[in-house]
Ligand binder design. Structure first.
Ligand SMILES: [Zn+2]
Length: 447
Protein backbone atom coordinates (compact mmCIF):
# COMPACT_ATOMS: atom_id res chain seq x y z
CA UNK A 1 0.00 0.00 0.00
CA UNK A 2 1.21 3.52 -0.70
CA UNK A 3 2.23 5.69 2.21
CA UNK A 4 1.47 9.43 2.22
CA UNK A 5 3.60 12.26 3.62
CA UNK A 6 2.65 15.92 3.48
CA UNK A 7 5.10 18.81 3.90
CA UNK A 8 4.23 22.50 4.41
CA UNK A 9 7.11 23.31 2.03
CA UNK A 10 9.51 21.19 -0.05
CA UNK A 11 12.40 21.70 -2.52
CA UNK A 12 10.93 20.44 -5.80
CA UNK A 13 12.33 21.17 -9.26
CA UNK A 14 14.97 23.58 -7.99
CA UNK A 15 12.80 25.80 -5.79
CA UNK A 16 10.59 25.88 -2.72
CA UNK A 17 7.04 24.70 -3.35
CA UNK A 18 4.15 24.95 -0.87
CA UNK A 19 1.85 22.24 0.51
CA UNK A 20 3.54 19.21 -1.04
CA UNK A 21 2.03 15.72 -0.97
CA UNK A 22 4.66 12.95 -1.26
CA UNK A 23 3.51 9.41 -2.00
CA UNK A 24 5.83 6.45 -1.29
CA UNK A 25 5.28 3.23 -3.26
CA UNK A 26 5.81 -0.30 -1.98
CA UNK A 27 9.43 -0.33 -3.33
CA UNK A 28 10.42 2.69 -1.25
CA UNK A 29 10.33 5.09 -4.22
CA UNK A 30 8.32 8.22 -4.87
CA UNK A 31 5.08 7.32 -6.64
CA UNK A 32 4.28 11.02 -6.93
CA UNK A 33 5.31 14.46 -5.64
CA UNK A 34 2.50 17.03 -5.87
CA UNK A 35 2.87 20.67 -4.78
CA UNK A 36 -0.13 22.89 -3.99
CA UNK A 37 -2.10 19.98 -2.58
CA UNK A 38 -4.09 20.07 0.69
CA UNK A 39 -3.12 17.45 3.27
CA UNK A 40 -5.33 14.34 3.02
CA UNK A 41 -6.58 12.84 6.29
CA UNK A 42 -4.44 9.75 5.76
CA UNK A 43 -1.15 11.62 5.26
CA UNK A 44 1.53 12.02 7.92
CA UNK A 45 2.03 15.79 8.33
CA UNK A 46 5.76 16.63 8.55
CA UNK A 47 6.70 19.28 11.09
CA UNK A 48 9.07 21.34 8.94
CA UNK A 49 10.28 22.16 5.43
CA UNK A 50 11.67 19.27 3.41
CA UNK A 51 14.80 18.92 1.27
CA UNK A 52 15.99 16.00 -0.83
CA UNK A 53 18.94 14.08 0.66
CA UNK A 54 22.34 14.54 -0.97
CA UNK A 55 24.92 11.98 -2.07
CA UNK A 56 28.23 12.02 -0.23
CA UNK A 57 30.25 11.25 -3.35
CA UNK A 58 33.64 10.58 -1.76
CA UNK A 59 34.22 8.86 1.59
CA UNK A 60 37.04 6.90 3.22
CA UNK A 61 35.14 5.61 6.27
CA UNK A 62 38.22 4.39 8.16
CA UNK A 63 39.63 7.94 8.22
CA UNK A 64 36.81 8.88 10.64
CA UNK A 65 39.02 7.30 13.33
CA UNK A 66 41.71 9.88 12.50
CA UNK A 67 39.57 13.05 12.50
CA UNK A 68 40.92 15.56 15.02
CA UNK A 69 44.17 13.64 15.47
CA UNK A 70 46.29 15.35 12.84
CA UNK A 71 45.96 18.97 13.89
CA UNK A 72 49.40 19.45 15.48
CA UNK A 73 52.67 20.22 13.73
CA UNK A 74 55.70 18.38 15.08
CA UNK A 75 58.19 19.27 12.35
CA UNK A 76 59.13 22.39 10.38
CA UNK A 77 56.97 21.27 7.46
CA UNK A 78 53.49 19.71 7.50
CA UNK A 79 51.57 19.05 4.28
CA UNK A 80 49.46 16.42 2.51
CA UNK A 81 52.37 13.98 2.30
CA UNK A 82 53.25 14.13 6.02
CA UNK A 83 49.52 13.78 6.82
CA UNK A 84 49.42 10.71 4.57
CA UNK A 85 52.25 9.02 6.50
CA UNK A 86 50.30 9.44 9.74
CA UNK A 87 47.07 8.27 8.08
CA UNK A 88 48.85 5.09 6.91
CA UNK A 89 49.75 4.44 10.57
CA UNK A 90 46.03 4.21 11.36
CA UNK A 91 45.22 2.25 8.21
CA UNK A 92 47.74 -0.43 9.17
CA UNK A 93 45.98 -1.22 12.46
CA UNK A 94 42.21 -1.30 11.81
CA UNK A 95 40.46 -4.73 11.85
CA UNK A 96 37.23 -5.53 9.96
CA UNK A 97 35.28 -5.40 13.26
CA UNK A 98 36.75 -1.99 14.09
CA UNK A 99 36.06 -0.73 10.57
CA UNK A 100 32.44 -1.81 10.97
CA UNK A 101 32.06 0.10 14.25
CA UNK A 102 33.77 3.20 12.85
CA UNK A 103 31.71 3.13 9.64
CA UNK A 104 28.38 2.57 11.37
CA UNK A 105 28.94 5.57 13.64
CA UNK A 106 30.12 7.66 10.69
CA UNK A 107 27.17 6.69 8.52
CA UNK A 108 24.69 7.81 11.19
CA UNK A 109 26.58 11.10 11.42
CA UNK A 110 26.36 11.46 7.64
CA UNK A 111 22.59 10.83 7.75
CA UNK A 112 22.26 13.50 10.43
CA UNK A 113 24.38 15.77 8.21
CA UNK A 114 21.92 15.45 5.32
CA UNK A 115 23.45 12.66 3.22
CA UNK A 116 21.31 9.63 2.35
CA UNK A 117 23.84 7.87 0.08
CA UNK A 118 27.59 7.47 0.51
CA UNK A 119 30.17 6.49 -2.11
CA UNK A 120 32.98 4.55 -0.42
CA UNK A 121 36.30 4.89 -2.23
CA UNK A 122 37.50 1.69 -0.65
CA UNK A 123 41.18 0.66 -0.69
CA UNK A 124 41.79 -0.80 2.78
CA UNK A 125 41.37 -4.43 1.67
CA UNK A 126 43.81 -6.88 3.26
CA UNK A 127 44.84 -8.11 6.70
CA UNK A 128 47.41 -6.18 8.69
CA UNK A 129 50.23 -8.38 7.30
CA UNK A 130 49.13 -7.58 3.75
CA UNK A 131 47.69 -11.03 3.00
CA UNK A 132 44.08 -11.29 1.80
CA UNK A 133 41.50 -12.23 4.44
CA UNK A 134 39.95 -15.72 4.16
CA UNK A 135 37.08 -13.83 2.51
CA UNK A 136 38.85 -11.22 0.35
CA UNK A 137 35.73 -9.05 0.67
CA UNK A 138 35.88 -8.96 4.50
CA UNK A 139 36.51 -5.20 4.68
CA UNK A 140 33.88 -4.49 1.99
CA UNK A 141 31.37 -6.56 3.96
CA UNK A 142 32.17 -4.59 7.11
CA UNK A 143 31.28 -1.39 5.24
CA UNK A 144 28.11 -2.87 3.73
CA UNK A 145 26.95 -4.22 7.10
CA UNK A 146 27.57 -0.80 8.66
CA UNK A 147 25.56 0.94 5.93
CA UNK A 148 22.72 -1.57 6.28
CA UNK A 149 22.64 -1.13 10.06
CA UNK A 150 22.63 2.67 9.80
CA UNK A 151 20.12 2.65 6.93
CA UNK A 152 22.14 4.80 4.52
CA UNK A 153 22.54 3.89 0.84
CA UNK A 154 26.05 2.71 -0.12
CA UNK A 155 27.87 2.84 -3.44
CA UNK A 156 30.91 0.65 -2.91
CA UNK A 157 33.91 1.56 -5.09
CA UNK A 158 36.67 -1.05 -4.74
CA UNK A 159 39.94 0.61 -5.70
CA UNK A 160 42.65 -0.47 -8.16
CA UNK A 161 45.93 0.20 -6.33
CA UNK A 162 49.06 -1.41 -7.75
CA UNK A 163 52.12 0.81 -7.40
CA UNK A 164 53.63 3.52 -5.19
CA UNK A 165 54.37 6.06 -7.90
CA UNK A 166 54.79 6.76 -11.63
CA UNK A 167 58.28 5.24 -11.68
CA UNK A 168 57.78 2.61 -8.96
CA UNK A 169 56.55 -0.81 -10.17
CA UNK A 170 55.17 -1.98 -6.77
CA UNK A 171 53.62 -0.66 -3.57
CA UNK A 172 55.63 0.32 -0.50
CA UNK A 173 55.42 -1.87 2.59
CA UNK A 174 53.21 0.73 4.31
CA UNK A 175 50.67 0.29 1.47
CA UNK A 176 50.49 -3.52 1.73
CA UNK A 177 46.82 -3.57 2.79
CA UNK A 178 45.79 -1.73 -0.41
CA UNK A 179 47.22 -4.01 -3.15
CA UNK A 180 44.72 -4.99 -5.86
CA UNK A 181 44.72 -6.07 -9.50
CA UNK A 182 41.96 -5.25 -11.96
CA UNK A 183 40.60 -8.79 -11.49
CA UNK A 184 40.48 -8.27 -7.70
CA UNK A 185 38.52 -5.05 -8.18
CA UNK A 186 36.02 -6.71 -10.51
CA UNK A 187 35.54 -9.59 -8.04
CA UNK A 188 34.93 -7.12 -5.20
CA UNK A 189 32.46 -5.20 -7.37
CA UNK A 190 30.45 -8.40 -7.82
CA UNK A 191 30.75 -9.57 -4.20
CA UNK A 192 27.85 -7.61 -2.75
CA UNK A 193 24.20 -7.65 -3.73
CA UNK A 194 21.69 -6.37 -1.20
CA UNK A 195 19.10 -3.63 -0.83
CA UNK A 196 20.48 -0.06 -0.71
CA UNK A 197 23.93 -1.20 -1.88
CA UNK A 198 25.30 -0.80 -5.41
CA UNK A 199 28.87 -0.89 -6.66
CA UNK A 200 31.11 0.83 -9.17
CA UNK A 201 34.90 0.78 -9.34
CA UNK A 202 37.73 3.19 -8.67
CA UNK A 203 41.33 3.82 -9.64
CA UNK A 204 43.34 5.23 -6.75
CA UNK A 205 45.19 7.77 -8.93
CA UNK A 206 47.30 7.95 -12.06
CA UNK A 207 50.44 7.53 -9.98
CA UNK A 208 49.04 4.34 -8.34
CA UNK A 209 47.91 2.39 -11.44
CA UNK A 210 49.48 1.55 -14.79
CA UNK A 211 47.84 3.11 -17.87
CA UNK A 212 47.03 -0.30 -19.39
CA UNK A 213 45.43 -1.44 -16.11
CA UNK A 214 43.23 1.65 -16.02
CA UNK A 215 42.06 1.14 -19.60
CA UNK A 216 41.37 -2.56 -19.01
CA UNK A 217 39.37 -1.90 -15.82
CA UNK A 218 37.30 0.79 -17.53
CA UNK A 219 36.49 -1.62 -20.36
CA UNK A 220 35.63 -4.59 -18.13
CA UNK A 221 33.56 -2.81 -15.44
CA UNK A 222 30.15 -1.19 -15.24
CA UNK A 223 28.75 1.66 -13.19
CA UNK A 224 30.50 4.73 -11.82
CA UNK A 225 34.29 4.91 -12.18
CA UNK A 226 36.00 7.24 -9.70
CA UNK A 227 39.63 8.43 -9.59
CA UNK A 228 41.61 10.83 -7.37
CA UNK A 229 43.17 13.38 -9.69
CA UNK A 230 45.23 16.59 -9.50
CA UNK A 231 44.78 17.04 -5.75
CA UNK A 232 48.40 18.05 -5.22
CA UNK A 233 50.78 20.15 -7.31
CA UNK A 234 53.51 17.53 -6.71
CA UNK A 235 51.25 14.98 -8.43
CA UNK A 236 50.81 17.34 -11.39
CA UNK A 237 54.60 17.76 -11.67
CA UNK A 238 55.27 14.00 -11.42
CA UNK A 239 52.61 13.25 -14.03
CA UNK A 240 54.08 15.84 -16.40
CA UNK A 241 57.56 14.39 -15.93
CA UNK A 242 56.37 10.80 -16.43
CA UNK A 243 53.86 11.23 -19.25
CA UNK A 244 54.27 14.71 -20.72
CA UNK A 245 50.67 15.47 -19.71
CA UNK A 246 49.05 17.06 -16.69
CA UNK A 247 46.82 14.52 -14.82
CA UNK A 248 43.41 15.75 -16.03
CA UNK A 249 44.88 16.28 -19.50
CA UNK A 250 46.15 12.67 -19.49
CA UNK A 251 42.69 11.37 -18.54
CA UNK A 252 41.02 13.46 -21.23
CA UNK A 253 43.45 12.25 -23.92
CA UNK A 254 43.98 8.61 -22.97
CA UNK A 255 41.29 7.30 -20.59
CA UNK A 256 38.20 7.58 -22.76
CA UNK A 257 36.38 9.84 -20.29
CA UNK A 258 32.59 9.62 -20.35
CA UNK A 259 29.66 10.07 -17.97
CA UNK A 260 30.77 7.07 -15.86
CA UNK A 261 33.95 8.87 -14.82
CA UNK A 262 34.08 10.94 -11.63
CA UNK A 263 37.21 13.04 -11.13
CA UNK A 264 37.76 13.43 -7.40
CA UNK A 265 39.31 16.78 -6.31
CA UNK A 266 40.44 18.03 -9.77
CA UNK A 267 41.98 20.86 -7.76
CA UNK A 268 44.74 21.88 -10.17
CA UNK A 269 43.24 22.37 -13.63
CA UNK A 270 43.64 24.55 -16.71
CA UNK A 271 40.82 26.07 -18.77
CA UNK A 272 41.57 23.53 -21.54
CA UNK A 273 41.30 20.64 -19.10
CA UNK A 274 37.96 21.91 -17.78
CA UNK A 275 36.61 22.18 -21.33
CA UNK A 276 37.78 18.66 -22.14
CA UNK A 277 36.15 17.16 -19.03
CA UNK A 278 32.89 19.04 -19.60
CA UNK A 279 32.83 17.89 -23.23
CA UNK A 280 33.24 14.26 -22.17
CA UNK A 281 30.30 14.18 -19.74
CA UNK A 282 32.55 13.18 -16.80
CA UNK A 283 31.76 14.59 -13.37
CA UNK A 284 33.91 16.28 -10.72
CA UNK A 285 33.77 15.50 -6.98
CA UNK A 286 34.90 18.37 -4.75
CA UNK A 287 35.75 17.80 -1.06
CA UNK A 288 36.03 21.39 0.23
CA UNK A 289 36.58 20.76 3.96
CA UNK A 290 39.17 18.03 3.42
CA UNK A 291 40.92 20.01 0.68
CA UNK A 292 41.14 22.92 3.14
CA UNK A 293 42.28 20.64 5.97
CA UNK A 294 45.03 19.13 3.83
CA UNK A 295 46.15 22.38 2.23
CA UNK A 296 45.47 21.06 -1.27
CA UNK A 297 44.57 24.37 -2.88
CA UNK A 298 41.34 25.72 -4.37
CA UNK A 299 39.54 24.16 -7.31
CA UNK A 300 38.43 26.51 -10.08
CA UNK A 301 34.82 26.59 -8.91
CA UNK A 302 33.68 29.36 -11.29
CA UNK A 303 35.29 27.49 -14.17
CA UNK A 304 33.69 24.17 -13.28
CA UNK A 305 30.27 25.78 -12.70
CA UNK A 306 30.39 27.62 -16.02
CA UNK A 307 31.51 24.49 -17.87
CA UNK A 308 28.31 22.62 -17.02
CA UNK A 309 30.25 19.55 -15.81
CA UNK A 310 28.32 17.52 -13.20
CA UNK A 311 29.57 18.50 -9.73
CA UNK A 312 29.22 16.70 -6.41
CA UNK A 313 30.73 16.92 -2.92
CA UNK A 314 32.38 14.39 -0.62
CA UNK A 315 33.24 14.16 3.08
CA UNK A 316 36.53 12.39 2.14
CA UNK A 317 38.70 12.43 5.32
CA UNK A 318 35.57 13.02 7.49
CA UNK A 319 36.74 16.21 9.20
CA UNK A 320 33.27 17.56 8.27
CA UNK A 321 30.23 15.28 8.04
CA UNK A 322 27.40 17.58 6.95
CA UNK A 323 26.75 19.02 3.50
CA UNK A 324 25.71 22.55 4.57
CA UNK A 325 29.20 23.06 5.97
CA UNK A 326 30.82 21.62 2.84
CA UNK A 327 28.86 24.04 0.63
CA UNK A 328 29.81 26.92 2.94
CA UNK A 329 33.50 25.99 2.61
CA UNK A 330 33.14 25.64 -1.13
CA UNK A 331 31.89 29.21 -1.47
CA UNK A 332 34.05 30.76 1.29
CA UNK A 333 37.29 29.47 -0.26
CA UNK A 334 36.40 31.37 -3.42
CA UNK A 335 35.41 34.55 -1.54
CA UNK A 336 38.73 34.55 0.32
CA UNK A 337 40.65 33.96 -2.89
CA UNK A 338 38.84 36.46 -5.13
CA UNK A 339 37.92 39.00 -2.40
CA UNK A 340 34.38 38.93 -3.78
CA UNK A 341 31.00 37.68 -2.54
CA UNK A 342 28.57 35.09 -3.94
CA UNK A 343 31.14 33.72 -6.39
CA UNK A 344 29.00 30.60 -7.02
CA UNK A 345 25.90 32.60 -7.93
CA UNK A 346 24.79 33.37 -11.49
CA UNK A 347 23.11 36.81 -11.44
CA UNK A 348 19.77 36.72 -13.23
CA UNK A 349 18.84 33.06 -13.42
CA UNK A 350 20.41 31.75 -10.20
CA UNK A 351 21.30 34.64 -7.88
CA UNK A 352 21.50 32.52 -4.70
CA UNK A 353 24.89 30.86 -4.09
CA UNK A 354 23.40 28.17 -1.85
CA UNK A 355 20.61 27.23 -4.27
CA UNK A 356 22.93 27.07 -7.29
CA UNK A 357 25.44 24.87 -5.47
CA UNK A 358 22.72 22.69 -3.96
CA UNK A 359 21.04 22.05 -7.29
CA UNK A 360 24.31 21.21 -9.00
CA UNK A 361 25.47 18.75 -6.34
CA UNK A 362 22.00 17.22 -6.03
CA UNK A 363 22.18 16.23 -9.69
CA UNK A 364 25.92 15.56 -9.86
CA UNK A 365 25.83 13.39 -6.75
CA UNK A 366 23.25 11.12 -8.35
CA UNK A 367 25.58 10.57 -11.32
CA UNK A 368 28.50 9.86 -8.97
CA UNK A 369 26.45 7.11 -7.29
CA UNK A 370 25.20 5.72 -10.61
CA UNK A 371 21.55 6.77 -10.24
CA UNK A 372 19.37 7.97 -13.11
CA UNK A 373 16.71 9.43 -10.77
CA UNK A 374 17.32 11.33 -7.57
CA UNK A 375 15.61 13.98 -5.45
CA UNK A 376 11.96 14.75 -4.82
CA UNK A 377 10.60 13.41 -8.10
CA UNK A 378 8.66 10.43 -9.34
CA UNK A 379 10.63 7.12 -9.51
CA UNK A 380 13.52 8.44 -7.39
CA UNK A 381 14.23 6.66 -4.12
CA UNK A 382 12.00 8.03 -1.34
CA UNK A 383 14.68 9.95 0.58
CA UNK A 384 14.17 13.30 2.30
CA UNK A 385 15.38 15.54 5.12
CA UNK A 386 13.00 17.36 7.46
CA UNK A 387 14.44 20.68 8.63
CA UNK A 388 13.78 21.39 12.31
CA UNK A 389 11.38 24.38 12.23
CA UNK A 390 12.39 25.19 15.82
CA UNK A 391 16.14 25.33 15.09
CA UNK A 392 17.42 28.48 16.82
CA UNK A 393 19.46 29.54 13.79
CA UNK A 394 16.53 29.44 11.37
CA UNK A 395 13.72 30.99 13.46
CA UNK A 396 11.91 33.76 11.64
CA UNK A 397 13.97 33.42 8.45
CA UNK A 398 11.82 34.28 5.40
CA UNK A 399 10.81 31.04 3.70
CA UNK A 400 12.42 32.16 0.44
CA UNK A 401 15.84 32.40 2.17
CA UNK A 402 15.75 29.16 4.14
CA UNK A 403 18.42 27.39 2.08
CA UNK A 404 20.68 30.47 2.22
CA UNK A 405 20.35 30.54 6.01
CA UNK A 406 20.89 26.80 6.28
CA UNK A 407 24.16 26.91 4.32
CA UNK A 408 25.66 30.22 5.47
CA UNK A 409 24.20 31.06 8.87
CA UNK A 410 23.24 27.89 10.74
CA UNK A 411 24.99 25.14 12.68
CA UNK A 412 25.78 22.18 10.49
CA UNK A 413 22.96 19.73 11.24
CA UNK A 414 19.49 21.22 11.60
CA UNK A 415 17.80 18.09 10.27
CA UNK A 416 15.20 16.72 12.64
CA UNK A 417 14.35 13.54 10.70
CA UNK A 418 15.85 11.68 7.74
CA UNK A 419 13.98 9.29 5.43
CA UNK A 420 15.81 6.73 3.24
CA UNK A 421 13.91 4.45 0.86
CA UNK A 422 10.63 5.32 2.58
CA UNK A 423 11.81 4.57 6.14
CA UNK A 424 12.76 6.97 8.96
CA UNK A 425 16.31 6.33 10.13
CA UNK A 426 17.82 6.48 13.62
CA UNK A 427 20.27 9.38 13.68
CA UNK A 428 21.86 8.61 17.03
CA UNK A 429 22.35 5.06 18.32
CA UNK A 430 23.72 4.83 21.86
CA UNK A 431 25.06 1.28 21.53
CA UNK A 432 26.75 2.10 18.22
CA UNK A 433 28.26 5.28 19.64
CA UNK A 434 29.63 3.28 22.59
CA UNK A 435 31.23 0.74 20.23
CA UNK A 436 32.80 3.57 18.23
CA UNK A 437 34.14 5.14 21.42
CA UNK A 438 35.61 1.81 22.54
CA UNK A 439 37.26 1.36 19.13
CA UNK A 440 38.78 4.84 19.35
CA UNK A 441 40.23 3.93 22.76
CA UNK A 442 41.59 0.66 21.40
CA UNK A 443 43.24 2.47 18.50
CA UNK A 444 44.59 5.48 20.35
CA UNK A 445 45.13 4.75 24.05
CA UNK A 446 48.44 3.06 23.34
CA UNK A 447 49.50 5.66 20.78
ZN1 LIG B 1 40.07 10.42 -1.20
Amino acid sequence: MNELLWAPRAWVGGRWRERVLLVIDSDGRWASVQPDTPAPESAERLAGPVLPGLVDAHSHAFQRAFAGLAERRDSPHDDFWSWRERMYGVALRITPEQLGDIAQHLYRELLAGGYTQVCEFHYLQHAVDGKPYADPAAMSLALADAATAAGIGLTLLPVLYERAGFSQPALRDGQRRFATSGADVLALQRALHRPLVNAGVAVHSLRAARPESITALAAASEGPLHIHVAEQTAEVDECLAATGCRPIEWLARHAGLDARWQLVHATHSTAEEIDAVAGSGAGVVLCPATEANLGDGLADLPGWLASGAPLSIGSDSQVVRAWPEELRWLEYGQRLSYRQRNVAAAPGDEPASAARLFERVLEGGAAAAGFANWGLQRHARADLLVIDPQDDALLGLPASHLLDGLVFAAPARPFARVLVAGRWRTLRDEAGAARFEATMHALWDAA
